[in-house]
Design a protein around this ligand. Sequence first.
Ligand code: AMP
Length: 284
Amino acid sequence: MIKLITKTEDFIHLRQTIKSPSGFVPTMGNLHQGHLSLVKEALKEYDFVFFSIFVNPKQFGPNEDFNRYPRTLDQDMRLLTDLSFHHPHKEIIVFAPENPNEVFGKENDINISSHELGTILEGAIRPGHFDGVVSVVYRLFQLVKPTTAYFGLKDYQQCLVIDQMVQEYKLNIKLHFMPIIREDSGLALSSRNQYLSIDEKKEGLILSQTLKEIMSIIDYKKSNLNKAQLRIKEVLKDNRWNYLELRDAQSLSPDIKNSHRITLLGVFQLRTTRLLDNMQMEIN
Ligand code: AMP
């Protein structure tokens, strides 16, 4: 079964009728297999899965793509309906509020801080972005009250910022982070990939290929980190990179001397489209 709800009031009403544990997948829509992998995981674990589609204005900067962000509710509903046919005993409840006031009412405005973690890397390039993300996720958590929420590691820093928010507010919600779904070429799936021409898509492969190359230089060994850093310096001479950085996988600190697990985060820009990717590795 699948249901679409577009009014917060209706959602609150329906939510009161469901007493079972539930999963929740928040998205901005324009669904692809990356989003669907999160729902599939939620459907494995819960009979009730909430799915939100909401292009959150708070997480876009003034010169970003809020207005042109692809809004494809009919197509998204077809994909989710297809999925629900394969899970006849489960219920998918799609919450797609029609306008921002449906989520952030005037008297109900919510501004949550992502603290320092939200000001580095992506946050340094997109000031306020992660505050917007944690604010909408906090509000959606209030409405949906899920047992477990699912997020993709595609947005690695976002996962850490949300984890921090859940701990700070002692929310009784489990977080489940899911691996990045990629095209066969290695390109991580993203709703923004459709801004790219065929040639740019090929050009964008540098991102995943470089991450793989650097990780293979490290090869699980701390002793290879210097060599990797030298290679990163070399790569960054190409100014299409916004950043490419090795960080501690938990704190995102650049000091990785004592790290056991590291993350390599990169953003490669083609015209106005910023492609994000990352990989993690245990090191000894
Ligand atoms: P978005 O609609 O871009 O806000 O993404 C909604 C959720 O889907 C977030 O938790 C993303 O991290 C996740 N997601 C987006 N792309 C992918 C991908 N290629 N693989 C796995 N998860 C993804």
